[in-house]
Write a protein that binds this ligand. Structure first.
Ligand code: NAP
Length: 262
């Protein structure tokens, strides 16, 4: 696990007080840091992950015992997404009005060696998952929300803008998330749901620690700030984009990369 700064200290003005925020992939890495920062900002957090145990562990790291909930969700499966959204609404008494699409996977292989299963895994989780969860979230909010004002942040990747060797399925999925963000932003703004995305660079998480060692060493030389990012450095930007402090931002792609890929 990457070292984390203390993200649980209460700030004088909680920018997300009274809001219900659902985070996918909340059991690890950037998703877990998002849960911590959103809870610090006063949101009631619905931690979702394909791994319910990991989501439950995230709960133990959040301020406000008993306030937040953990729900299993496989973002690839419509039924799982709809069941989780319903469970969130039942447990919180209202549908979530804030969403972070963070669940993700990466597979590494040259294009000539990428098989269809590997390709589909990236597309199914990273892109189709973002579509399914956003559609279900927006439907539920517009049908059942007391205050239907919503905000969505998609976690794409700088690789979705630049492309990257040996990451064909991943970069294609993340490029798709960037354009999906803009389409959803254009369609949902008139319904009071703002959609934006964040493009992280190289962030210290289990995803990069265990599976991207070689890539990581090459990339480090290309980061102007000369270091990897911390999950909470992404989460702070996510919290900003979900809050009313970013009320005029729609369809934006915010790079959090230490200067890599600008
Ligand atoms: P991570 O630590 O591996 O967290 C990803 C989480 O998503 C894990 O808990 C994972 O569960 C979960 N997940 C995987 N498949 C899922 C599914 N079908 N449904 C629901 N949850 C699922 O990775 P991370 O680095 O925090 O990445 C979070 C997001 O940031 C991803 O979208 C990633 O592409 C993006 N990102 C990361 C970096 C980086 O440098 N770390 C850079 C750019 C973008 P399991 O562990 O059980 O698979």
């Amino acid at each position: 696990m990457a070292a984390s700064a203390d993200t649980t200290t209460t700030t004088p003005s909680c920018t997300l007080a009274g809001r219900i925020a659902l985070v996918t992939g909340g059991g690890s890495g950037i998703g877990r840091a998002c849960c911590q920062v959103l809870a610090r900002e006063g949101a009631q957090v619905v931690v979702t992950d394909i791994n319910l145990q990991a989501a439950k562990h995230t709960l133990t790291l959040l301020p406000g015992e008993g306030e937040h909930v953990a729900v299993a969700m496989d973002v690839r499966e419509r039924k799982s997404v709809e069941d989780a959204m319903k469970s969130a609404q039942d447990q919180c008494g209202a549908p979530p009005s804030l969403l972070v699409n963070c669940a993700g996977v990466v597979t590494i292989a040259p294009i000539l060696e990428t098989d269809s299963d590997s390709w589909h895994k990236n597309i199914d989780v990273n892109l189709t998952g973002t579509f399914l969860v956003t559609q279900t979230f927006a439907t539920s909010l517009l049908e059942n929300g007391k205050d239907s004002k919503g905000a969505v942040v998609n976690i794409a990747s700088i690789d979705g803008k630049t492309g990257s060797t040996n990451l064909s399925g991943y970069t294609a999925s993340k490029g798709g998330v960037i354009s999906l963000t803009k389409t959803c932003a254009a369609e949902l703004a008139s319904k009071a749901i703002r959609v934006n995305c964040v493009l992280p660079g190289l962030i210290d998480t289990p995803m990069t620690a265990s599976r991207m060692r070689e890539l990581r060493e090459n990339l480090m030389r290309l980061i102007p700030l000369g270091r990897t990012g911390r999950p909470e450095e992404v989460a702070e930007v996510v919290a900003f984009l979900l809050s009313e402090r970013s009320s005029y931002m729609v369809g934006a792609c915010v790079e959090v990369t230490g200067g890599y890929g600008m």
